[in-house]
Design a protein around this ligand. Sequence first.
Ligand code: GLU
Length: 258
Amino acid sequence: MRIVIKIGTSTLTYATGNLHIRHVETLCKVISDLKNAGHEIILVSSGAIGMGTGKLGLPERPKDMPTKQAAAAVGQCELMYFYDKLFSEYNHTVGQILITGSDLENAQRNQNFRNTVERLLELKVLPVINENDTVATEEIAVGDNDTLAAIVATVASANLLILLSDIDGLYTADPHKDPDAKLIPDVFEISEEILALAGGAGSELGTGGMKTKLSAASLCTESGTDMVIANGSEPELLYGIVDGEPIGTKFHKKASNI
Ligand code: GLU
């Protein structure tokens, strides 16, 4: 299977912006194992701004563009340093791709991106993709990595996109506020009722929330890719998700694409 896995800032870092070593070490181990089993994996990783915030000792995620971009420049290095180090332990090579919305909209650059990803996969390299936050100002940014991951999954014709977040999946109500909230295991149609379940952005350091996850699900399922939202704090869940076990919330691709 060709699988895109998106890791959110809330999984990669603590609220302090420091690396969540337990999560990241386990994730790298499980992803390496899935690659060893023959799956093609593409990683879309957030965390540049979050980790840069921690490394620079800033009191909170920056709000102004130059500081955000400076934090991303610092954090992206830190992120790739850890991925390179941890995946190397399992004999896997990583390759970094930084991209913007306008790169993806430009036919030639989009094709170059596609070619690079294909070649990296042929070379058994694990592509690690993030938005190029140092240049991606609002006008040219994809804006959040849920959407970026969905675009990557579509462009790379992946079978499955897994969004790892700090929540188990889509609930009937906000589980932080409503004790009766129930996890929705399967979504076959992203109806008005489903869209109404999305709130705003999730954590302090990341940008995504259920809203961006649902628009990612629309994009994927329309173009023939299944999508699962699951909790990134238990990276071993990835084994079950890949085996098709009912974990998190699965958005099923449109029947016409099966
Ligand atoms: N590209 C941003 C970063 O690496 C994350 C965007 C997101 O969290 O969706 O910090």
